[in-house]
Ligand binder design. Structure first.
Ligand code: ADP
Length: 291
């Protein structure tokens, strides 16, 4: 139903009393080691919500790549479009304080984009294709494949770089973070960015973290507050939001019900440490929506 195209990494998430100063040694009271990356997290979200999910992107043949691939397969994600290679799997160390504030180190591995011919289309066509913009080399062949097969395209635009710029006005749905909107417009004015983006895109959503989101679709527009939850760690909230958004499109949810569904999933992801273990099931999302 949904093919997620982009970045996969491996995350080491430490629960720490405070962030260490120079030369300071601190002890973590919790450790979580699991797969991460926007598109891979979104693919797992789609599967947890009960739809068929696929992932296209890179994983190394190292220990972290193997572990991540196992997680994708275990979650039921079609991983035939995963490209393997000897360069290391991207790795992130995340230090989360009790108040949820994070410090991050990202190791991006070999940042050269994958060659377009690396994309092996999954056997079944996808009703929705979600891009995170982090594998620009795959975007073009996937868009070509989509034109032949049909399907709705969505871009999760997290930060402005070559991959997101190339795709942003070629997709049906542009879902941008507040940070992306500010970078693109050159100032932190989300409403103004929304109006400007909507001139060149049929459907634009800007997510504003705990302040919810604003959207514009053709001549209609609106705002949706976030679901109030006890946020422990917001890692992955955006990824889960995008996965649930794509799943909602594939399932044919009405607008703006689709936005409530994605917001509920994003909010639930904030209630646990790390992204993966906090990805909600369909039943959990339905429970929050009914509350
Ligand atoms: P990104 O990680 O891409 O910047 P956001 O932080 O904007 O994404 O989060 C995406 C969506 O997840 C928000 O629009 C909101 O619906 C939900 N969300 C994020 N943070 C919270 C929070 N603290 N409480 C409730 N919902 C949240």
């Amino acid at each position: 139903d949904v093919l997620c195209v982009g970045h996969a990494s491996f995350d080491l998430v430490f629960g720490v009393p405070h962030h260490p100063a120079a030369d300071e040694k601190i002890v973590a009271d919790r450790l979580l080691a699991c797969g991460g990356g926007p598109a891979a997290n979104a693919a797992i979200t789609v599967a947890r919500l009960g739809l068929k999910a696929g992932f296209a992107g890179y994983l190394g043949t190292d220990l972290y790549g193997e572990r991540h691939l196992d997680e994708l397969i275990e979650a039921g994600v079609d991983s035939r479009s995963v490209v393997r290679g000897t360069s290391p799997t991207p790795l992130s160390a995340v230090l989360v304080k009790p108040d949820g504030q994070r410090a991050l180190v990202n190791y991006k591995g070999d940042t050269r984009p994958l060659p377009p011919q690396a994309f092996l289309p999954p056997a079944t066509p996808a009703r929705c294709i979600l891009f995170d913009g982090h594998e620009p080399g795959l975007s073009e062949p996937v868009l070509g494949w989509r034109r032949a097969q049909g399907g709705i395209t969505v871009l999760d635009a997290g930060s402005l770089h070559a991959g997101t710029e190339w795709l942003m006005f070629r997709v049906d749905h542009l879902v941008a973070s507040e940070k992306f909107a500010a970078q693109w417009l050159g100032k932190d004015e989300p409403e103004q960015a929304l109006a400007a983006l909507a001139e060149r895109s049929p459907c634009v959503v800007i997510t504003l973290g705990e302040r919810g989101l604003i959207w514009r679709r053709g001549t209609e527009s609106g705002r949706l507050p976030a679901f109030p939850v006890e946020a422990v760690d917001t890692t992955g909230a955006g990824d889960v939001f995008h996965g649930a958004y794509a799943a909602g499109l594939a399932a044919g949810l009405d607008w703006p019900e689709l936005l409530r569904h994605a917001s509920a999933a994003g909010a639930l992801c904030c209630t646990g440490l790390g992204a993966r273990p906090a990805i909600p099931s369909r039943a959990e999302v339905e429970r929050l929506l009914a509350a």
